[in-house]
Ligand binder design. Sequence first.
Ligand SMILES: [Zn+2]
Length: 119
Amino acid sequence: MVNHYSFNAKRKTQNGKRYLMVRFKVILAVTVVVLFLFTLLASAPARDPRPWDQPVSCPKCQSDRVVYILYGEPKLDAELQRALDSGKVELGGCILTPDSKRWECRKCKYSWGKVIPDQ
Ligand SMILES: [Zn+2]
């Protein structure tokens, strides 16, 4: 009776160990998959923030329909093209003067933000 009991207890312990091992393997597998996905996401090329992405509102009328004026000859990529199409960005041309402004409000036409800082 005692022997039988201890045999069962031993088997139970072995089953418990096996169960723990399976659980450990599952946790390990999940961890590896999560780490792999995380590495994949982290290695994805991070979108470099564009200056027109920052939330800016007109200092005069508080409208957020403002245009970022881009000077010079920018490299036209898909993102800039989208910004130009949506009217978020306008090209200001190559000529920069001390009066050139960085932002313009679509609502009240106020423009602000010096491109060339004061000397
Ligand atoms: Zn305005």
